[in-house]
Design a protein around this ligand. Sequence first.
Ligand SMILES: [Zn+2]
Length: 193
Amino acid sequence: MRRLLLALPFALLPLATALAASHDHEHEHHEEHSSLDAHEHGAAQLNIVLDGKVLELQLESPAMNLVGFEHAAKSDADKAKVTAARSQLKQPKALFGVNAGDCSVRKAELESPLFAENAHEHKEHPAQDQGSEHNDIDAHYIFDCQTPDELKQLDLAELFKRFPATQKIQVQLIGPNGQQGLELTPAQPSLSF
Ligand SMILES: [Zn+2]
């Protein structure tokens, strides 16, 4: 956790700065949602840290990309979509193509307002009409890798395939060869450490 937090300012700073420049007047309305400053449907952020035998991933995605809506699930159909997405997101080895390095999942933690059992009554209006209700799904993973030297790359093809509304993922990567920022897409889903 501590290692990843060190990486976050690198990931968030450029977008936060850009938004601050163009949307100064909106700031007072959004201060409680500062983590959503980068919220853009179709896009997600991913922080990756490979340090020794520990691989840590933190995905921050608009819920739209993963379940197709951002309001609390009320209908059975919506609840089923949320359940299906949660179940997929609990399988990070497949989603992120962690296919080498003898890695096992130590932690797979999901967090989102959509997972709350009781939706707030006053938020029942359709989010699309109001333009004000945006929610993320965040996932935090920690892997223990026995042979991390063999982990040369990650391949997110499966993530793009299972969540086709995800069009691009901004990655901040810190690994044995230093730090890099890159953008992954369905056409270019893999990265090298
Ligand atoms: Zn949204």
